[in-house]
Write a protein that binds this ligand. Sequence first.
Ligand code: ADP
Length: 423
Amino acid sequence: MGRLLLGCIADDFTGATDLANNLVRHGMRVVQANGVPEGPLDAEADAVVVALKSRTIAPAEAVAQSLAALRWLQAAGAQQIYFKYCSTFDSTPQGNIGPVAEALMDALGTDFTIATPAFPDNGRTVFKGHLFVGDVLLSDSGMKNHPLTPMTDANLVRVLQAQCRRKVGLIDHRVVAAGADAVRARIAALRAEGVGLAIVDAVSNDDLLRLGPALADLPLLTAGSGVAIGLPGNFGLAASSTASALPPARGLRAVVSGSCSQATLRQVQAFQASGRPAFAVDPLRLAQGHDVAGEALAWAGDRLAAGPVLIYSSADPAAVQAVQGQLGVAAAGERVEQALATVARGLVALGVRQLVVAGGETSGACAQALGVQQMRIGPQIDPGVPWCHAQAPGTGAEGLHLALKSGNFGGDDFFTRAFSVLA
Ligand code: ADP
């Protein structure tokens, strides 16, 4: 393997893909590893994104997993480390953004890093240290009601300070607008004041591209996926189609959807409206012990040859609530995820080699069931969602093309257009 340029640690699965996608679009060849790899990489890469599931686990466990990822990336020769978290700065009052960032600083022996979830392409902007989601402050957005990480303060300097031992400061928009030299000077001044981490303002991609060169010498960066667009240039790389090239796609096509997000519900509807075949997985039949996965696979059997099929549990909020009321929230989710993972494995056994999965948790369950440990990141279908290619067990030399879509991503025609991007 050539020397790794950028080593990334992501605190969740689809967030890792989102970061990888931004790096590929700006010229890096990227492999996403699901968990810390046990051996070397399957393919050459300029950057590796290690996907953890550490966003809401206990801080000490998140630190331990992140340090294990760091050790693997260092052994692979990574020249710079990037800790990636959510663009809404999802964290509990204890972390895990602060504790993981400081543990990585200690391990790397560095006294300074930045922190910014800014991702203007997805409506996440930071101004005077305050995070906006679309047109509203983070604390006025839907994130204030998140079940696991409610975000009730938009002042990120204050939020991060509450999670950190080191002093937290700010690099504001006027500095960023003045360019890389001004940012470097501001970093030097903050360091002299004893500031260890600085929130960075960014309201546009231009801000992120101006910021990039100023970050070249920092051993550690912590950010959402936005900062990634300004980094490949530091390594002499520019956008190119070779960065996203995947092996040719052959074999049957299918979509598995366990996401109940608004965007996904529209995608399910659009797929059906186009006259294509779709099979609904009923969680209550599952709970009664019926082999719903087996029924879905038998249904798919002779339909697959004619074009993509959809197997979905996606349902509107009222239906989901009714199911959750009967089965419990966690039990319903787990049961449906396991059934859809069995479906994904069965589809691959039937010859599917181009598979779209909708839903963050659903994607994690399916990737695990398919034995996908590493994925080469390919061309973008919609913002944040690329095609990937994996050497999955049972898929032979051709491997498996996978698109893993987190709930609210993608246009209405995603389930059909995805396949035309590969063709
Ligand atoms: P998203 O990315 O849209 O949040 P996820 O896959 O992460 O999608 O989460 C959706 C959750 O809802 C999963 O745990 C899934 O198993 C569960 N689920 C899917 N369909 C249903 C349903 N009809 N009733 C109840 N829960 C469901």
